[in-house]
Ligand binder design. Structure first.
Ligand code: 3HC
Length: 303
């Protein structure tokens, strides 16, 4: 059955090569997923050699893990390692049918990335963004072919969570959208079409959940108490663990975007902003107890 809002499948274009911009954790997970499910070459690019090595290293380590678990055989493991390569320049995207960006959440940076990619790829290559909250329409606005831009919003951990938000910008055409749905199906995701609106649908809910729990801490409840208050509801992880997984900087960015769009509905925690400004990597230390430095920042902690 065709997902709601999906155009005719016949309009989808084949994807024989994929580019991934950025080599952070999200981008590396995407590179592996595309290689694993589409079995096509995937080129990962980053401006920094060390980040690139780390990204490709992550893919290789995950492939080894899947092999050790018996999820893939030795042939597939070798093929996957060969399919995912790293490059410092976007020229390596030549011939790609789909390029997805997962770089820093900054509209200007993402627009620049797409402009550079457009110089390398053909006019029919779909340009996708994994943005959590930025507008797809604005990202496409200055391109020669804005109709090829689409949002493909994945959720962490990418290999495990089935959800894929597909975002149609004002100028996205049916061919790009049909390709996005076909790719979602090949990746075995449950695709939903969402409007190009601040933080789309799912992050509004997740950020709201995390925001309300952080708000309780801001008001004086201890992190531990607030974090475990929902345990009985059977959520897969506690809100602060989710915050750790998403990354406080990303969570803050989505909260700020939503606050700007709907000031009466979304608050931004000053404590969360301070945690990010102080450059703290997360709220949990390696042993998953609350990091004492994060505890210091959150008012009312330690009751
Ligand atoms: N990468 C790859 N695989 C992973 C993984 C990761 N980071 N984390 C867990 N897995 C795999 C495990 O290997 C295991 O696979 P197996 O079945 O083959 O053995 C499977 O997932 C289950 O893992 P565990 O048994 O260790 O742990 P749990 O059952 O507790 O599940 C979880 C872990 C899937 C992370 C679960 O806690 C969960 O679903 N949490 C909610 C995550 C969530 O809400 N994410 C959304 C974040 S928002 C976002 O990304 C959007 C952005 O825009 C902000």
């Amino acid at each position: 059955k065709r997902p709601a809002g999906a155009p005719d499948r016949a309009l989808a274009r084949p994807v024989t090569k994929v580019g991934v911009v950025g080599a952070g954790l999200m981008a590396s997970q995407l590179a592996l997923l595309f290689a694993r499910r589409l079995e096509v070459p995937v080129v990962l690019t980053d401006l920094d050699q060390a980040r690139l090595d780390k990204g490709v290293g992550y893919v290789h380590a995950e492939v080894d893990r899947l092999l050790a678990k018996g999820r893939i055989d030795g042939d597939k493991a070798n093929r996957l390692k060969g399919l995912v390569t790293g490059s410092l320049t976007k020229d390596a995207f030549a011939g790609a049918d789909l390029v997805i960006e997962a770089v820093f959440e900054d509209l200007k940076v993402k627009k620049q990335v797409f402009a550079e990619v457009e110089d390398v790829v053909g006019p029919e290559c779909v340009l996708a963004t994994n943005t959590s909250s930025l507008p797809i329409t604005a990202m496409a606005a200055d391109l020669r072919h804005p109709e090829r831009v689409v949002g493909l919003h994945f959720f962490n951990p990418v290999a495990v969570l089935p959800l894929l938000e597909i975002v149609r910008g004002e100028r996205t055409d049916d061919a790009a959208l049909a390709t996005a749905f076909a790719v979602g199906k090949a990746l075995r995701k449950s695709s939903v079409l969402v409007k190009d609106a601040p933080a789309f649908v799912v992050n509004r809910l997740l950020v709201r959940l995390m925001g309300e729990v952080i708000g309780a801490v801001d008001e004086g409840t201890s992190i531990e108490t607030a974090d475990h208050a929902l345990d009985g509801l059977g959520l897969p992880m506690t809100p602060f663990t989710l915050l750790q997984l998403v990354g406080p900087a990303v969570a803050l960015h989505v909260a700020e975007t939503l606050h700007e769009a709907f000031p009466d509905r979304f608050a931004v925690s000053a404590n969360l902003a301070e945690l990010v400004k102080a450059g703290k990597p997360g709220v949990y230390a390696a042993d998953m107890t609350v990091d004492p430095e994060a505890r210091e920042i959150f008012a009312g902690a330690g009751d």
